[in-house]
Design a protein around this ligand. Sequence first.
Ligand code: HEM
Length: 488
Amino acid sequence: MPFSLCFWCFPAAALGGAALSILIVFLFSVMSSARRPSSHSPPPPPGSRGLPLIGETIQFMAAVNSSNGVYDFVRIRCLRYGRCFKTRIFGETHVFVSSTESAKQILNDSGVNYTKKYIRSIAELVGHRSLLCASHLDHKFLRSHLINLFSTSFLASFVTQFDQQIVEALRGWESGSTIVLLNQALKITCKAMCKMLMSIQNDDELELLQKEVAHVCEAMLAFPWRFPGTRFHNGLKARRRIIKILEKMIRERRRSEAWHDDFLQRLLTEEGDDSRGALLDVEIGDNILTMLIAGQDTTASAITWMVKFLDENPDVLQNLKDEQFEILNKQRDRDRESCFLTLEDLGNMCYAPKVVKESLRLASVVPWFPRLVLQDSQIQGYKVNEGWNVNIDVRSLHSHPSIYHHPLIFNPSRFDEEAKPYSFLAFGMGGRQCLGMNLAKAMMLVFLHRLVTSYRWKVIDSDPSIEKWALFSKLKSGCPIIVTRIES
Ligand code: HEM
């Protein structure tokens, strides 16, 4: 009997066991599928879509208006939900992502799944024919014309001209005086950009344009309210005034025979080698304004951050000085007639470009890049829907310990080794990469060279608060420094 029991019981027990196993597996799969959608349908990213209609717009605007800067809105949610989350701002769903894989996926896309898209206020301020807001096809056309302007021969002549401007500007700094670095850097970059773009050199005209561009930049994150007195309304008015100045210049240039060595002249006289020919006047206007906005504030802010980081890291500063004095001496030995830097001199710098790169990484002046999702797709294992906005959170990428060892430490030597693909994105990557990247790097190097070989300095206000309403992260204090001239 024990045998027969066993004999009969074994298959019965086996059957019972199998049934039980199937039941457990079934229940487990039902339970886990309730928790996790099947592989065919990835879940949406975590995050809060906030209140009906307004979403999290109030929290976003609070960050825009806080001394932690607008990026704080993203930083807090990144800590709460991880490296891919969603939110709702200005009536639209925004997803923020920060991995090298997702950056590659989005930045490599040729306009099939994603296209660039700024919030409406920005699009109106830079103009609909701007490279920043044009549709994929229009962008290709505009970029193909504008990219020609940034040739190596242009860069070579720009470097020497810019060096002359810096030497002149720094000569005006009295030893022992206090300099608000951001203000000075803005003046310098505005002058360089205005000369390069349209040969404006008159101080009054430069001051006026700098103010107008500042109004436009301040309006970029504002509510798109058009009531007189609002930030957005003031920004739009400033845009109109700049465009009027440009239209007048274009009319005069078309009437005159005189040749000016600048971008405006080259855009007005080019033939165009495609079916659409040369740029229309309205396209020239919107894109000169775009380059003014894209180049001035960004480069000035990056220079300011770089000087602050150097002040906080005396060892790095010493290494840099050693290299730069060597370059200065070589350059003096070489040529006693023209003592201005050349593109070749910049090419001979080894440590300074790493200082520039590390400053751009740590400051992440452009903290995220916006794109529009053109068709449902999957990013970082989450589903993103057509019509959503997806933002590459570059600041988070630049400060992730899995990508950068001790990411909060300012260490230019980390770039002795090649950075991992898509891990350094200060200027973006792919078809939308910054057009002025080499120009900006050259301006930072020239400024750095002249500053460290002409002055010692001390930052006298280390308040890290960020300027409110600033699209590009910049120090509220403007980074005041006391300078002492180095006697050569
Ligand atoms: C340190 C200074 C600068 C930084 C950090 C910077 C960064 C960037 C970034 C991140 C983008 C967008 C990438 C994207 O959305 O994928 C961009 C685009 C652009 N930048 Fe810069 N930029 C700087 C200086 C300049 C300068 C000096 C110019 C001069 C003309 C310039 C002109 C442009 C233009 C025209 C675009 C639009 C490119 C396109 O959409 O095809 N930038 N920049």
